[in-house]
Design a protein around this ligand. Structure first.
Ligand code: UDX
Length: 460
């Protein structure tokens, strides 16, 4: 049954939600107040790098299933559902900023001209469904019924279209059973489990799910620290742990830790929610603390090998917070580069898609055309984002073009033995035993260089 659906917010969640509901055959109006973003969308230029989204958008824009507007009355006219998909960024103390949710709720109340189901798609703190219902009750201009439903997204950037159309589960939370059933029916063609619950359960489940994912990563990063000291390869340990069905495999990749627009915001949001209710949440606080330590730990590995980092040129491979995304929000590269620049390093960097965004945030970095240009003459390389193309590099060409062949593998992308054979002094995260097998020649050359620099610095 074709439904009329409105979506508020043309960010990556709103765009994916709008395009995928159009894919399911519905008529969708996307409401965006940012004129620049709206104009770009009308030209078919999407503000996010999301595989499969451009094709989906183009097909349904051309097919007339997708409409754009900045006007609430036009945007809600005839709609049975309105999905709030606006940003809820963290404030300084971790509290999610709900100003855009409040503004959307008021816009809906004042503009809706018929009964409508308001669906919170954004990740929002527990109790936000009640907040939205209160705002609508206060500002509504018609006597039509409103219902509010919590329907959190579980989309991974870079896989968001796939995740929307192939959900592991859909969560629909509301006190209004009919409204919840109506929202659930939108997802029925996807053939996945649909969990009906109250709104607060749905809201908390989203935070708990993301915090648990973050906890897995911080857990394996803590084990990796131990591996470095014990001379054990954390990748092997993670494989053993992941074979236990009660643990589940995947999401046990040690490295620079978790970034992006969701995990950091949601872990901080959960800590804030707990603290504001007098719950200390020591475990979740530690999950965040361990994560904040990772960039410093990786830079410390470089310092140990390089000796003095002042004046050295360090190459960074990958800038986005994860592969297949141009998103720089809380990307590990931001912390790593900031720490290195504080130590007086010169930074060269390459990323397949995120350099345009990164250059606005880090204008003093030298951006290169490819990984080979980054490596040319560098005193060290740090692999920060595990883009597939970095697996295809001619690593012998890379190591021989460097001033000093140090490779810090921040995502354990490479095979240590192969990197040593390619002439690198290799360090991963939690791959301790490798450091004893570094190439003598490279180490000797490096040590001689350090001695020469030390002598030069005394003479100068
Ligand atoms: C995450 C959740 O996966 C998704 O379900 C939720 O809806 C939104 O937040 P996303 O932030 O897009 O999705 O990225 P994800 O692929 O989960 O990676 C998050 C961060 O964790 C990245 O910085 C990634 O590099 C890091 N990560 C991931 C690890 O460090 N190790 C891993 O094993 C997996």
């Amino acid at each position: 049954m074709v439904k009329s659906i409105s979506v508020i917010g043309a960010g990556y969640v709103g765009l994916v939600t709008a395009a995928c509901f159009a894919e399911l055959g519905h008529r969708v109006t996307l409401l965006e107040i940012d004129g620049e973003r709206l104009n770009a969308l009308e030209q078919g230029v999407l503000p996010v790098h999301e595989p499969d989204l451009p094709e989906l958008w183009q097909r349904h824009w051309a097919g007339g299933r997708l409409r754009l507007t900045s006007d609430y009355e036009q945007g809600l006219d005839g709609s049975e559902f309105v999905f709030i998909a606006v940003g809820t960024p963290s404030t300084r103390n971790g509290r999610p900023d709900l100003r855009w949710v409040r503004s959307a709720a008021r816009g809906i109340a004042e503009a809706a001209n018929g009964p409508i189901i308001v669906v919170n798609k954004s990740t929002v703190p527990v109790g936000t469904a009640d907040l939205v219902a209160g705002i609508i009750a206060r500002y509504k201009r018609s006597n039509h019924n409103f219902a509010v439903v919590s329907n959190p997204e579980f989309l991974r950037e870079g896989l968001a279209v796939f995740d929307f159309l192939h959900p592991i589960r859909v969560v629909v939370g509301s006190a209004d059973v009919n409204a919840a059933q109506a929202v659930a029916q939108l997802y029925e063609p996807l053939g996945c489990p649909i969990i009906l619950c109250d709104a607060r359960t749905a809201e908390l489940s989203k935070y708990a799910s993301n915090a648990f994912l973050a906890a897995r990563i911080s857990f394996i990063n803590e084990i990796a620290l131990l591996c470095d000291k014990l001379g054990v390869n954390v990748v092997d340990v993670a494989r053993v742990v992941g074979m236990e069905p009660r643990c589940g495999d995947g999401y046990l990749g040690a490295g620079l830790g978790w970034g992006g627009s969701c995990l950091p915001k949601d872990v901080r949001g959960l800590i804030y929610m707990a603290a504001s209710r007098g719950v200390s949440a020591p475990l979740i606080r530690s999950v965040l603390r361990v994560n904040l330590r990772q960039p410093r730990m990786v830079v410390a590995k470089l310092q140990k090998l390089l000796g003095s980092t002042k004046g050295k040129t360090v190459g960074i491979l990958g800038l986005s917070f994860k592969p297949n995304s141009d998103d720089m929000r809380e990307a590990s590269s931001l912390s790593v580069i900031s720490l290195l620049q504080e130590q007086g390093c010169r930074i060269k960097a390459y990323d397949p898609v995120a350099m345009k965004t990164a250059a606005k945030l880090m204008p003093t970095v030298t951006y290169c055309a490819d990984a080979y240009e980054v490596a040319e003459g560098s005193d060290a390389l740090i692999l920060v984002t595990e883009w597939d193309e970095f697996k295809e590099l001619d690593m012998r060409r890379i190591s021989s073009s460097m001033n000093c062949p140090i490779l810090i593998d921040g995502r354990n992308l490479y095979d240590p033995e192969q990197m040593i054979k390619a002439g690198f002094i290799y360090e991963g995260v939690g791959r301790g035993e490798i450091s004893r097998k570094q190439p003598k020649a490279a180490l000797v050359k490096h040590k001689i260089q350090l001695e020469l620099e030390a002598v030069e610095s005394i003479q100068s």
